[in-house]
Design a protein around this ligand. Sequence first.
Ligand SMILES: [Zn+2]
Length: 128
Amino acid sequence: MRLLVYLWSLPNTLLAITIGLLLMGRFQLVDGVVEIHGRRVAAVLRRLPVPASAMTLGHAVFGQTLDTLQITRRHERVHVRQYERWGPFFVPAYVLISLILYARGRDGYRENPFEIEAYAVDDPSQRV
Ligand SMILES: [Zn+2]
């Protein structure tokens, strides 16, 4: 079963690893998830439409620093589980819901059900 969820997420995970290599990020494996951080990774995360401390892509998580990877780990692991459920449909579903929310004048990030689920596990003192 674990193999199947890794395969289901593999296209996104491989994309993340490729991006991490291109950005010359530093890699570590934590509980079956590849974590990638570094100066160029941080620069890209800061320039996203919604600037992020961390971002999940399949079984990989980009973080600005080792500290942000640790602080955001519980939140980002929820996204890993979401990728395990949605596989290649996660990104299109996430983006579509965000666009619909923005089109209705709502917050496409904070009101996105994928984020609501992830923020629900966060320790409020560590929210990023
Ligand atoms: Zn999130």
